[in-house]
Design a protein around this ligand. Sequence first.
Ligand SMILES: Nc1ncnc2c1ncn2[C@@H]1O[C@H](COP(=O)(O)OP(=O)(O)O)[C@@H](O)[C@H]1O
Ligand SMILES: [Mg+2]
Length: 236
Amino acid sequence: MIDVVDVWKSYKSGTRTLDALRGVSCTIEKGRFAFIVGPSGSGKSTLLYLLGAVDRPSRGRILVEGRDLTAMSEAEQNDYRRDTVGFIFQSFNLISNLSAVENVLIPFMPRGVTAEQRARAVDLLKRVGLGDRLDHHPYQLSGGEQQRVAIARALVKQPLVVLADEPTGELDSKTGDEIYRILRSLQESLETTLVVVTHDRRFITPQDLVLEIQDGLLADDAEPAAGFATGLHAAD
Ligand SMILES: Nc1ncnc2c1ncn2[C@@H]1O[C@H](COP(=O)(O)OP(=O)(O)O)[C@@H](O)[C@H]1O
Ligand SMILES: [Mg+2]
């Protein structure tokens, strides 16, 4: 379970301070598919990267399975990022001179890859439909295929939490559909907690948790927009 407790994130530039998050609290249960949605600049990526301990909140606490990310040392945060979290980026971030299977194995490379780990990488590539592309290099793969390699890489260490920042942002809509189908089937079978930042709400199903951010606040806490009360209630 992920517990976000009154999290603020402020960025200072010169004399100005920008509050990207202004007191966000939420709970994401283990094994949940959670979406972070909201307009551009609302704080979605900021929240996602705080969950990944890529950065620290200015205030508040983030607990993952009871461990307080904000109380961790730099070294503990490194371990957390390495062992507990899988990241999926908009831009795939594959290494061009490595094959698909080698790219999936990157998280294991610092300590040397075992046969078992290699088998797991191959299995994951098969599950994302790339069983016949194991030795292809990124330039030999389409964008959707590259993102599938990146998904396999994010999952190869069986992380507790997978964080994805607009994973279909650089893909056409048909390929995007396919990526979400794959993410959902993996999330269900591996029982991973998956938190995805997206602009596109058509992949959200009623069982999913939706965290709607506006201007650094979750929608439930947000001030209703001007005209909201009259406008919406007149309609119902
Ligand atoms: N490292 C940073 N330094 C200064 N401002 C930042 C930084 N990262 C994000 N911001 C600002 O914080 C706000 C939220 O950004 P972000 O979380 O990236 O929004 P989103 O992902 O919803 O588009 C934006 O106004 C953005 O310009
Ligand atoms: Mg963003």
